[in-house]
Design a protein around this ligand. Structure first.
Ligand code: TRP
Length: 333
């Protein structure tokens, strides 16, 4: 039997999970779990590159785990764990720092964006963030990484670092590729539909939180920025309506063209109500499962313990090989 290809992805517990995270990533992950060997890491170590309140960070990391399970990721089929529980990430991250050039990091556009946004805390962790991400991926001999546009550059640098290491020391890392499959919807901010919906957005009306109550969801969609026409049509110059069409399509499985036809001549009010209802219909069952899971602390603990054990075992294989290649002495046992 041919072995399944390995997929690795991570998500930061740096805020509350949004509809964008769900439709753009998590919803598709559940479709991969039978055909691939998947690791879904909750990257709390990446999260602290921006200042986090410890109490909130713990809550967000827990919520993210619960929500992974609630959307349908099966912990028997996938390895789900907290990055900080698997120390090999930090260890390989350090080593890879020594095989990455400042010139390469200086080109990272996300660093520039984040440095501008957090001018009071431009720490070196933020700077070397892509190296830790490379370690995440390379530790598991990952074949495929499902990444959005904003993470492409980080995957490229991961490939460069891996290739460089392999050239110096011989084949050590598998060179990962971007997973191009059914791409998730790119959900934009409701009030500023030219920028991505983000869990760290300060404007609460820009985001729909996975756990938002139905009335809140309906209200946020109703207030979403549109345009002065009254035509439900997908177009670059209609970012607000196009975004809502994308959300509707992702929630209902209908194509954009079908949706346009459905709402021809209907007016924005009717359309927005339908979008809101479609979102609610998607999120309500997930919210119910979250509430059920939260009552079952023992089960959640078990999932996270097993996940870390499994990940750690896999990671150690790669790490020990790397340590040997760079010239570290083996531990005396
Ligand atoms: N940087 C990614 C993001 O913010 C999260 C991440 C960390 C990740 N490590 C990863 C994604 C490894 C894919 C693979 O979206």
């Amino acid at each position: 039997m041919e072995e399944k290809k390995r997929i690795f992805s991570g998500m930061q517990p740096s805020g509350m999970i949004t509809l964008g995270n769900y439709l753009g990533a998590m919803k598709n992950w559940t479709a991969l779990q039978n055909d691939y060997d998947c690791l879904y890491c909750i990257v709390d170590m990446h999260a602290i590159t921006v200042r986090q309140d410890p109490v909130k960070l713990r809550k967000q990391a827990k919520d993210l785990l619960t929500q992974y399970l609630a959307v349908g990721l099966d912990p028997e089929k996938n390895t789900i764990y907290y990055q900080s529980h698997v120390s090999q990430h930090a260890e390989l991250g350090w080593i890879l720092n020594c095989y990455t050039y400042m010139g390469e990091m200086n080109r990272m556009t996300q660093f520039k964006d984040k440095a501008a946004k957090h001018a009071d805390n431009i720490n070196t962790g933020l700077y070397t963030y892509p190296v830790l991400m490379a370690a995440d991926i390379l530790l598991y001999q990952t074949d495929l990484v499902p990444v959005g546009e904003d993470q492409r550059q980080h995957l490229e640098i991961t490939r460069d670092i891996a290739g460089r290491f392999n050239t110096i020391y011989g084949d050590t890392f598998k060179i990962p590729e971007a997973y191009i499959g059914k791409v998730g919807a790119r959900v934009m901010a409701l009030q500023e539909p030219t920028k991505k919906m983000s869990k760290s957005d300060e404007n609460k009306n820009n985001t729909i939180i996975l756990m938002d109550e139905p009335a809140v969801i309906m209200n946020k969609i109703k207030r979403a920025v549109t345009d002065s026409e009254d035509e439900v049509r997908f177009s670059e110059d209609k970012p607000g309506i196009s975004n809502l069409l994308g959300i509707y399509s992702a929630c209902t499985g209908k194509t954009i063209a079908e949706a346009e036809k459905e709402f021809a001549g209907a007016g924005y009010g009717t359309f927005k109500t339908a979008v809101g209802e479609a979102v609610v219909a998607n999120l309500e069952p997930i919210q119910q499962r979250v509430r059920d899971l939260e009552k079952n602390k023992d089960y959640l603990d078990e999932v996270i313990k097993k996940g870390a054990e499994r990940a750690s075992k896999l990671a150690e294989r790669t790490l020990s090989k790397v340590q040997k290649r760079v010239g570290f002495l083996p531990k005396v046992r």
